[in-house]
Design a protein around this ligand. Structure first.
Ligand SMILES: *Cc1c(COP(=O)(O)O)cnc(C)c1O
Length: 420
């Protein structure tokens, strides 16, 4: 089954046996903390596998013990998420930040060195710069424009190159759509890996996966998602995921068992439902985004549009884009003529598009990073990254493109009529 059908054909049934649930066509929500063993021998055998005292036999599933370790909703969801890009294994968490912080906690210890891409999600950079720094983990920020030699030089000059354990990329970066070359960082990971210690490469693929980008194919060891965004897709759940190689996922799941930050049955149930429509949602969102980005680009009142579908052929970004992504995605950043005041007027006059942070949902969402998600950063740091006071971030939903366009064009007119 697993190899013959496309993922979207399997999202409605894979990994679920109706006969184990009174014939229910959909998996019920397994609201149970613990599971009854048939016999004491079975309980022993389940624990042997859970604690790594023996390998699983062929075709043997991890027996159900306790919902912090496993639960049918968790297991079905993890198996289905692996189908899109055929990773070995998946671990679901109660938030994207739980997924990200658990990766850092498992793969870094005091004294280690971390290389991470800038800009990165606010919660991620806070965890690195505040918590990890306090724990004695040193970190080096890299930019999309840095070359192989520049990154190698930064690592060498830290004096801790032997302690480099993890490279963490978020690409495309938020809200600028900067692209990081995963293959380049795989080369850097290999360059600093030794027989004793390998450098792992983790990629936050929230913006483009699992449909349009498969970081593993380019050399990543771990792929991370805020499943709150496109995977959940309805702005009604917070969740996270990590996928990748079996041995790394095993370590991460052990860590998760003891941190206790696994996704709950309800969270998993919602996401199982979301996965059925993942592809149709994302494709419609991407079609809408292309139309809106094109219209914005042609509007003289718009100063600048950043959209992956508009990259200059032959540019470095375009080369990375063609290699790593199969769609321009659904995220647009743009600036209207004027300043923060005009941007505020635009945002306040939108009717259909909602003014809220987050992204990747069925409804279109808009926000002003400098005044909202990135307000904690210094103005200079924002300027360096191309986040001006008037940069608007738009996450395009599944509404009718004409309605979205009308809302945007009305908003732009409102933004300018009052200045005159
Ligand atoms: C939202 C987001 C996160 C954090 O995820 P939560 O589910 O909110 O914890 C991490 N990375 C990226 C790229 C995000 O957009």
């Amino acid at each position: 089954m697993k190899n013959s059908l496309q993922p979207e054909s399997q999202m409605m049934s894979f990994g679920y046996k109706p006969e184990l649930s009174e014939g229910a066509i959909k998996p019920p929500m397994f609201l149970t903390s613990t599971f009854v063993f048939k016999t004491a021998q079975e309980g022993k055998s389940f624990f042997e596998v859970a604690y790594g005292l023996r390998e699983k036999k062929d075709q043997e599933d991890l027996g159900l013990i306790y919902s912090r370790i496993n639960n049918p909703n968790l297991q079905i969801l993890e198996e289905r998420l692996c189908l899109w890009n055929r990773e070995d294994d998946c671990a679901m968490f109660e938030s994207g930040m739980a997924a990200i912080s658990t990766v850092f906690l498992e793969f870094l210890k005091p004294g280690d060195l971390l290389v991470y891409s800038m800009p990165t999600y606010g919660g991620t950079s806070h965890f690195i710069e505040d918590y990890l720094t306090r724990q004695g983990v040193q970190s080096i920020a890299v930019r999309a424009t840095d070359s192989f030699e520049e990154v190698v030089a930064k690592v060498e000059s830290s004096g801790r190159k032997a302690q480099l354990k993890l490279i963490y990329l978020e690409t495309p970066a938020n809200p600028t759509n900067d692209l990081f070359d995963i293959r380049l960082y795989k080369k850097i990971a290999d360059h600093f890996s030794t027989k004793e210690a390998t450098v792992s490469l983790a990629v936050d693929n929230t913006y483009m996966g699992p449909l349009w980008s498969n970081p593993i194919e380019h050399g990543a060891d771990l792929v991370i998602y805020s499943a709150t965004k496109f995977i959940g897709g309805h702005s009604d759940v917070i969740a996270g995921a990590v996928l990748g190689k079996a041995e790394l996922l095993h370590r991460l799941k052990v860590m998760r068992t003891f941190l206790g930050n696994m996704a709950s049955p309800h969270t998993c149930w919602l996401l199982i439902r979301s996965l059925e429509t993942l592809k149709v949602r994302l494709e419609q969102q991407a079609r809408n985004a292309q139309k809106i980005a094109d219209a914005l680009k042609d509007d003289p009142r718009v100063e600048k549009v950043s959209f992956l579908g508009h990259l200059e052929p032959g540019s470095k970004s375009h080369t990375i884009y063609s290699q790593q992504y199969s769609s321009a995605g659904t995220m647009i950043s743009f600036e209207l003529k004027g300043g923060e005041e005009e941007a505020f007027r635009f945002l306040n006059s939108l009717k259909l598009i909602k003014l809220a942070v987050s992204l990747g949902s069925t409804e279109s969402l808009v926000q002003l990073p400098a005044a909202m998600t990135h307000i904690g950063m210094s103005k200079e740091a924002r300027a360096q990254m191309g986040i001006s006071d008037k940069l608007i971030r738009l996450s395009v939903g599944i509404e009718h493109a004409d309605d979205l366009l009308l809302d945007i064009l009305n908003g732009i007119s409102q933004s300018f009529t009052e200045v005159k």
